[in-house]
Design a protein around this ligand. Structure first.
Ligand code: 5RP
Length: 230
C-alpha cells in the first residue's frame, strides 16, 4: 500500500469512531471514505453496531451492500445525524471543493440533511486557497454548451478552460443522468459568491463548492492525525 493510501486508510478508519449505535449516517463517495465504509461494515459484523445509512452514490451503495451495511431511502429517515465524506480540497474555513468522483449533488443533498459533516482527507487536500483542483459543476445535458457559455460569461473563464468531463472516450454521466463541467479556475477568491452565481443558472444543477457545511476534518499526514473543527 502506498503511503498516500495509508493516510487515506488512517483518516477513513478514524472517522468511523464518530459513528455510534442507533445513528442515521450518510456515507460519502471516494477512495478515502471507502475505508470508513469498510470499518463500519466490520463493526456491524463484529460489534453488532446498529446504524441506518444512506449512500451518496451508486458506487457507495454497491460498496455498502457488499459490506453488509443496511441502506435506507433518505426521505424515510427524517434527517441524518452525520455524514462522513471525502473532499478534493479544503481551506481554513472548511470550505470544500467536492465532486472529483462526480457525486457532488447527492453528496450536498445528504450533507444538508445531516446535523454534522465530517470530512476525511490526506494532507494533500489542505490548501491555502481553493481552485487549483478543477471545480466540478453538474449541468443538464440538453443545454450544456449554452450553460458553458453562460458560465464563461459570469466567471470570465475562457470556454477552453471549462472542460466537459469524459470517461473512456465518452461523456461522463452522473448518477443523475447529467454532464459535469470542470472549471479550471486556479484560484477562487469568493467561494460563496461563485457558488451562488453558478447555481442561479437554470442549466446548473449544483457545483462542488460546499460553503459553511463541513464541521470537522479528520486529516491524516505524515506526522499523524489532526482533527480540525470550525
Ligand atoms: C466524489 C467526491 C469525493 O469525496 C472526492 O473526490 C474525494 O475523493 P477521494 O477520497 O477519492 O480523494 O467528492 O464526488
Amino acid at each position: 500500500m502506498s503511503s498516500k493510501e495509508e493516510l487515506k486508510k488512517t483518516a477513513g478508519i478514524h472517522a468511523a469512531k464518530y459513528v455510534k449505535n442507533g445513528m442515521k449516517v450518510g456515507l460519502g463517495t471516494g477512495s478515502t471514505v471507502k475505508y470508513t465504509i469498510l470499518e463500519l461494515g466490520r463493526r456491524i459484523k463484529e460489534e453488532n453496531l446498529e446504524i441506518m445509512c444512506v449512500p451518496t452514490s451508486i458506487a457507495t451503495e454497491k460498496l455498502s451492500i457488499e459490506n453488509g451495511i443496511q441502506l435506507h431511502e433518505l426521505s424515510s429517515l427524517n434527517g441524518l445525524d452525520l455524514v462522513i465524506d471525502g473532499a478534493d480540497e479544503f481551506d481554513k474555513d472548511l470550505t470544500l471543493i467536492k465532486g472529483g468522483g462526480g457525486a457532488l449533488v447527492r453528496e450536498k443533498i445528504i450533507a444538508q440533511a445531516s446535523k454534522q459533516m465530517i470530512v476525511v482527507a490526506d494532507d494533500s487536500k489542505k490548501v491555502e486557497s481553493l481552485g487549483r483542483f478543477p471545480l466540478p459543476v453538474e449541468v443538464i445535458q440538453f443545454s450544456w454548451k449554452e450553460t458553458r457559455r453562460q458560465i464563461s460569461q459570469i466567471t470570465g473563464l475562457p470556454e477552453s478552460k471549462i472542460e466537459k468531463r469524459n470517461q473512456n472516450n465518452n461523456s461522463f454521466i452522473t448518477d443523475n443522468g447529467n454532464f459535469i463541467l470542470d472549471l479550471h479556475l486556479e484560484t477562487i477568491e469568493n467561494p460563496q459568491k461563485l457558488e451562488s452565481d453558478l447555481n442561479k443558472l437554470a442549466g446548473v444543477l449544483d457545483c462542488g463548492l460546499f460553503c459553511n457545511i463541513a464541521n470537522i476534518v479528520v486529516l491524516a499526514g505524515k506526522n499523524g492525525l489532526e482533527i480540525i473543527s470550525n
